[in-house]
Ligand binder design. Structure first.
Ligand code: MN3
Length: 207
């Protein structure tokens, strides 16, 4: 089965005014689509790799033949990262606010407070030079915050991404231009804490 572009879980304009409609149209319909198309192209003559799930491919990136490894890393990572990104956002009002329950407890324990947590994520997002992602991950025993370059996925180092903020300029340039810190501050109004909480529960259960 070739990899396919998932539909957005909401209309393109649903994240307005935090993320504008045109950015979402281009980001999902062109950028994400290109990662999916190029991943399928890279796997064209590799039936054994076509049979693997996207997660398996990225976790086992070191075992992917060298000739296509970079293509799978970039485009498979891009596919997985963006699929997560759409899911962990929600329209302002539904999204935003503060985490609750198990996720709130885990964040407070790991980072001392929600404010400190947000500061650390912002530092990771703003500190990433060039293109990449800021992450909240489950590393198998604890929560961690860090950034990766390009489309590198935390799965490639055995971690499970729970929340990721796309800090490629294509994610924010039309509305925020060079003001990445403003984009990150605004982004908290569309984060889907319910989904991030589900991701933590699932990661901890080891599934
Ligand atoms: Mn992107």
């Amino acid at each position: 089965m070739p990899h396919t572009l998932p539909d957005l879980p909401y209309p393109h304009d649903a994240l307005e005014p935090i993320i504008d409609k045109m950015t979402m149209e281009i980001h999902h319909g062109r950028h994400h689509k290109a990662y999916v198309d190029n991943l399928n192209k890279a796997l064209e003559n590799h039936a054994d790799l076509q049979a693997k799930s996207l997660e398996e491919l990225l976790r086992g990136i070191k075992n992917v033949p060298e000739a296509i490894r970079t293509a799978v890393q970039n485009n498979g990572g891009g596919h997985h990262n963006h699929t997560l990104f759409w899911e962990i956002m929600a329209p302002p009002g539904t999204g935003g606010g503060e985490p609750v329950g198990e996720l709130k407890t885990a964040i407070d324990n790991a980072f001392s407070s929600f404010t400190e947590f947000k500061n650390k994520v912002k530092a990771a997002a703003v500190g990433r030079f060039g293109s990449g992602w800021a992450w909240l991950v489950w590393d198998g025993t604890a929560l961690q915050i860090y950034s990766t370059a390009n489309q590198d996925s935390p799965l490639m180092q055995g971690h499970i991404p729970l929340l990721g903020i796309d800090v490629w300029e294509h994610a924010y340039y039309l509305k925020y231009q060079n003001r990445r810190p403003d984009y990150v501050d605004a982004w908290w109004s569309v984060v889907n804490w319910k989904k991030v909480g589900e991701n933590l529960t699932k990661a901890r259960s080891g599934k």
